[in-house]
Unconditional design. Structure first.
Lengths: 233, 81
């Protein structure tokens, strides 16, 4: 796995992400600065980490989405390359047009920083292959704008094509308003692009990969990616 | 020459900030408010010698490319002669 982690001014989760990638694959991730116009040779996974790129000015992720490196990411994704965006990374992918919809202000207007439960909706994708069908995982969230929305037609297509990979749920996997922490449409926590090679999600699986954190539920995502890419190589 | 780009949420898009402002105004006793939707205003100074039609086209491009997210927002461009 040759991963490239994008770094924008104001991003603060890039090292957590690099650590999780290294743990899963044994290979160091390369850090890629936002003004770079090309990805490192042989990159097979691009990760857009969380944080507050450009201080969330204008709209979360709006300015980062228009930076030079994103043209290289668009080309990479168009060629089928795997792209993972977490938190601000998800917002950046939506703003850059790589994923449909947008992340709005949380329905109850509060910044939410806590562990949440996610139901893994399918396991036949590189982003979920490390989990069991219907598995519930516990991972942290930390965001003020994670309320996913899109027009009715897009939401219908996302559901119809099975592109919702992660949904907010109860510890036992029940999905409903009570467990939908930020008011997202259909409790959506993570979606993939039409081709299935770009995932955006609000929660931070990279923060639950080591025993010292008291929970390693995030490992499955990285393990799934690593074994998928090892097979492909 | 000056211009103003106003960005507003499309109808039907939930606006929790607008709702909170509406609630605050009501609790302040400001009468006669039915509802509030919040948005953004960009005041832009155009380079000297800009021509009106070109300026409008440039500002539309600015709004489409960056100032507004047209998934959820509408915008209005006004060039003030």
């Amino acid at each position: 796995m040759k991963s490239a982690v994008l770094v924008f001014p104001g991003i603060n989760r890039e090292r957590d992400m690099a650590r999780a990638l290294k743990l899963a694959s044994g290979t160091e991730a390369k850090m890629v600065w936002h003004t770079d116009t090309a990805l490192p040779d042989g990159t097979d996974l691009v990760v857009v980490p969380g944080g507050f790129s450009y201080g969330d000015y204008l709209r979360c992720g709006a300015i980062a989405a228009r930076s030079p490196v994103m043209d290289a990411v668009r080309t990479f994704a168009a060629g089928g390359g795997l792209v993972l965006g977490v938190c601000n990374g998800f917002q950046i992918l939506c703003e850059s047009g790589l994923l449909p919809g947008i992340l709005m202000r949380n329905a109850r207007l509060k910044f939410i920083c806590q562990d949440v439960h996610l139901r893994v909706e399918r396991t036949d994708t590189p982003f979920t292959a490390g989990y069991q069908a219907g598995q519930v995982i516990r991972v942290p969230v930390a965001h003020g704008e994670g309320n996913y929305t899109a027009d009715a037609e897009t939401l219908k297509r996302l559901e119809g094509d099975g592109r919702v990979l992660y949904r907010y749920c109860s510890p036992t996997g029940d999905v409903g308003d009570l467990h939908n922490i930020n008011g997202a449409a259909a409790s959506i926590a993570g979606i993939v692009s039409e081709r299935g090679n770009v995932l955006g999600m609000m929660p931070h699986p990279e923060n639950h990969v080591e025993d010292i954190m008291g929970n390693t539920d995030g490992r499955g995502l990285f393990a799934g990616l690593a074994s998928h890419l090892a097979r492909a190589a | 020459m000056k211009a103003r780009v106003t960005v507003t949420l499309k109808n039907g898009i939930l606006d929790p900030q607008g709702k909170a402002i509406e609630g605050a105004l009501k609790s302040l006793g400001v009468d006669g408010i039915a509802s509030v939707r919040q948005g953004k205003v960009f005041d832009i100074e155009l380079a000297a010698g800009a021509d009106q039609a070109k300026a409008e086209a440039a500002l539309k491009a600015a709004a489409d490319k960056l100032l507004a997210n047209t998934v959820i927002e509408n915008y209005k461009v006004e060039v003030q002669g």
